[in-house]
Write a protein that binds this ligand. Structure first.
Ligand SMILES: CC(C)(COP(=O)(O)OP(=O)(O)OC[C@H]1O[C@@H](n2cnc3c(N)ncnc32)[C@H](O)[C@@H]1OP(=O)(O)O)[C@@H](O)C(=O)NCCC(=O)NCCS
Length: 143
């Protein structure tokens, strides 16, 4: 939650609340991957620099959320998290992984360079703090 609170611009309303995270992690097929500033798994209770929240389904997995602390960006942690997620998904039998982002999120550069390609659009799916609507773009990568 410390990374969540630091990483997301409130304007886009992308951050999840503690309750939303708790509810999602209580589901059997949802999990989190945490990394520290060196790209390793933090010790229990240790500081996290970034995380992924993901959901597993037969043959496919979805990256629900990814974030890295602002002061630790640009060091490859985001790419490392995506590759950890892809490896775990492949090891669990997934053939395809998905994610969804608001249109024009700069993270698109990272997603494309990790092999994700856009496959669909949901019009006016997100609503910003000033009530502007923003499309959602779905990306997929074959494993
Ligand atoms: C998206 C995010 C996780 C990337 O984390 P990161 O640790 O900075 O990513 P990396 O250092 O691994 O960057 C990998 C590449 O993508 C590029 N990139 C990553 N995020 C970028 C951004 N916001 N703008 C421009 N380029 C970006 C980097 O330049 C880098 O390219 P390179 O490997 O050729 O140098 C981070 O910017 C973040 O937490 N953003 C806020 C939360 C968010 O928007 N999450 C996505 C929606 S759920």
């Amino acid at each position: 939650m410390a990374v969540m609170d630091a990483a997301f611009e409130p304007f886009w309303r992308e951050a999840w609340t503690r309750q939303q995270v708790a509810n999602s992690l209580a589901m059997p097929h949802t999990y989190a991957i945490l990394i520290d500033e060196y790209g390793n798994r933090p010790a229990i209770g240790g500081d996290a620099a970034g995380f992924v929240l993901a959901r597993r389904a037969p043959g496919e997995e979805e990256l629900l959320l990814i974030a890295v602390r602002p002061q630790m960006r640009g060091k490859g942690l985001g790419r490392k998290l995506i590759e950890m997620f892809a490896t775990m998904a492949r090891d669990a039998g997934a053939e395809r992984i998905f994610l969804e982002m608001r249109a024009n999120n700069p993270a698109e550069i990272l997603y494309r360079s990790c092999g994700f390609e856009p496959i669909g659009k949901r019009r006016a799916y997100y609503r910003t703090l000033d009530s502007t609507t923003v499309d959602a773009i779905t990306f997929a990568r074959n494993l």
